[in-house]
Design a protein around this ligand. Structure first.
Ligand SMILES: *[C@@H]1O[C@H](CO)[C@@H](O)[C@H](O)[C@H]1NC(C)=O
Ligand SMILES: *[C@@H]1O[C@H](CO)[C@@H](O)[C@H](O)[C@H]1NC(C)=O
Ligand SMILES: *[C@@H]1O[C@H](CO)[C@@H](O)[C@H](O)[C@H]1NC(C)=O
Ligand SMILES: *[C@@H]1O[C@H](CO)[C@@H](O)[C@H](O)[C@H]1NC(C)=O
Ligand SMILES: *[C@@H]1O[C@H](CO)[C@@H](O)[C@H](O)[C@H]1NC(C)=O
Length: 481
């Protein structure tokens, strides 16, 4: 019996992995709602247990608990002690803000399990030195496609500010942290055109950090502007319009272990909007940004590099991925001369036809006319069904080294994998594997320098166009040498 179940499980996993639409329709269809206590109430016994973990804990005043002994002034403030209700209905803004103010000298505001409503268009301000801490010590994810609210752990339910993305739900200043909770917008409905809300988490000032947070259906999830050494780690969910936005950061910011996936809505109306407009990661001016282990499914653009009035980005992107990017997995409108270094990337660009955005010209890498900086891909894999691997304009240097190009020319227009359009910079393609039997490179006529060497080619070599100085050699295709 066990082996039969094992076999069936393998079969299911196989179906799950090989059919891109399978995961979506499954969640829409027969998902069993888990048994849930509606309007889960906050539990004071959790707080009591927490105190019990620290036998030397002393209590000074109703709201202050020195848990590491009396000599260290290290305090935890429970939002319940400040009047928070957590019944999913009562506005808990004042209680949260008062608890945060109490922690202004450095302390933790603890959010027990419960559904905490924020009914107004108001901004919770985390003062310098404070941490807003929920129950999770690693990031949760809830699939609630039936429209119900997440029912475990610390859940914040903002509903104010609907209709405009101006403003912030939670603002973090210097040396602050928000961690261990879920943010869920109860009025953002999964089967309608998504509506704007203010940014969920705004980082501003040095060393602001958000960790272990689920942005389940945020409009715009995390904004780090003028946020030197921002730390954004272990964040999951389905932000609809923008996942992470970074600008004006002049000392190294970090983004790690972020996973955006349609856990909230995979409905056609909702997803069609997200696939046409949504952007998972957006980088404007940031110096030496470090981005590690990130993934996004189902956006117009996976990684978008833009210019703001402050400038553009240079940085290190390691182990990044974008699946079902409708327009582009990576789009570079601007980058710094020192460049965007992408290593071990995994990218697919396409649109599942059920979402109706077939007119999108799905391309893995789009570099537009204004870009001047270097864009370098190494040891990265690109697979489709995309129209193209790369469309390259601008005056920078673009390079692909040890990359795998699996599928392109989906619309059968005779597109080359890499197509240069009016670019006046340089192109390097070295040691790559062109796995699909269609044209490889069209160099156009405006490039300064092109080097295409040491590649493996499926079918016959077809490299068209030429640069001022073109070097092509030592490529092996399926024809005998
Ligand atoms: C703890 O903080 C209180 C209030 O800010 C202060 O009066 C007290 O001296 C501090 N205790 C220690 C040991 O630092
Ligand atoms: C919400 O508040 C912000 C200011 O924080 C404001 O700019 C925005 O227009 C407000 N949104 C709505 C819908 O009133
Ligand atoms: C994606 O491409 C479509 C079609 O060209 C365009 O209308 C849309 O604005 C693009 N989305 C983004 C985020 O650039
Ligand atoms: C390239 O230049 C031609 C002629 O100026 C123009 O029509 C076309 O839109 C340009 N393509 C891009 C991608 O900039
Ligand atoms: C080579 O590629 C070009 C497009 O860049 C295409 O027009 C041409 O038909 C291709 N030649 C062969 C033999 O496939």
């Amino acid at each position: 019996m066990a082996s039969v179940y094992g076999f069936l499980t393998c079969l299911l996993l196989l179906l799950w992995n090989t059919n891109p639409a399978f995961g979506l329709s499954r969640t829409q269809a027969g998902r069993q709602p888990s048994p849930r206590a509606e309007n889960l109430r906050p539990r004071r016994d959790v707080w009591a247990n927490y105190q019990a973990m620290y036998p030397t804990a002393a209590t000074s005043g109703a709201h202050q608990h020195n848990i590491y002994g009396t000599s260290a002034n290290f305090s935890i403030f429970n939002v319940l002690d400040f009047g928070a209700v957590g019944d999913g209905k009562t506005d808990d803004f004042k209680a949260f803000q008062n608890a945060l103010n109490a922690a202004a000298t450095g302390g933790i505001v603890f959010v027990p399990p419960g559904q905490f409503a924020f009914l107004q268009n108001s901004t919770l301000t985390v003062p310098r030195g404070a941490t807003l801490q929920g129950t999770y010590s690693t990031v949760p994810s809830h699939g609630v496609h039936d429209g119900s609210k997440p029912d475990v752990g610390s859940v914040l339910l903002p509903s104010g500010g609907r209709g405009s993305e101006d403003g912030c739900f939670i603002e973090l200043s210097e040396d602050t942290t928000v961690a261990g909770l879920t943010i869920f917008y109860p009025d953002q409905l999964p089967q309608q055109v998504p509506q704007p809300y203010p940014w969920s988490l705004c980082l501003h000032g040095n060393n602001a950090a958000v960790t272990d947070i689920e942005c389940l259906n945020c409009w715009n999830a995390v904004r780090a502007v003028a946020a030197a050494r921002h730390y954004i780690a272990r964040i999951q969910g389905q932000p609809i319009n923008t996942g992470i936005y970074v600008d004006e950061t002049y000392d190294i910011g970090r983004v790690e272990d972020v996973h955006w996936n349609p856990w909230y809505a995979s409905d056609v109306t909702f997803m069609s909007w997200q696939l046409l407009h949504g952007r998972a990661f957006v980088f404007a001016r940031t110096d030496w940004e470090y981005v590690l282990n990130t993934f996004a499914f189902g956006y117009a653009i996976g990684y978008h590099f833009i210019a703001s009035k402050e400038g553009s980005c240079n940085g290190n992107f390691l182990g990044i991925g974008a699946d079902m990017a409708a327009n582009a997995s990576v789009q570079v409108d601007a980058s710094d001369p020192m460049g965007i270094l992408i290593t071990n990337g995994e990218f697919t660009a396409f649109v599942d036809p059920q979402f109706g955005t077939q007119y999108a010209d799905s391309t893995q890498v789009v570099i537009t006319a204004a870009n001047k900086g270097a864009v370098s891909f190494s040891n990265s894999a690109f697979w489709g069904p995309a129209n193209q691997i790369a469309k390259i304009s601008g005056s920078g240097t673009t390079s692909f080294a040890d990359c795998i190009f699996n599928k392109w020319d989906h619309d059968k227009k005779g597109n080359s994998a890499i197509e240069v359009e009016n670019a006046t910079g340089s192109l390097l393609v070295r040691g790559c594997d062109f796995q699909y039997p269609a044209s490889q490179v069209d160099l156009g006529s405006t490039l300064k320098k092109a080097v295409i060497t040491g590649n493996i080619i499926s079918g016959s070599t077809n490299i068209t166009g030429k640069a001022l100085n073109t070097q092509i050699g030592m490529n092996a295709d399926d024809n005998p040498s």
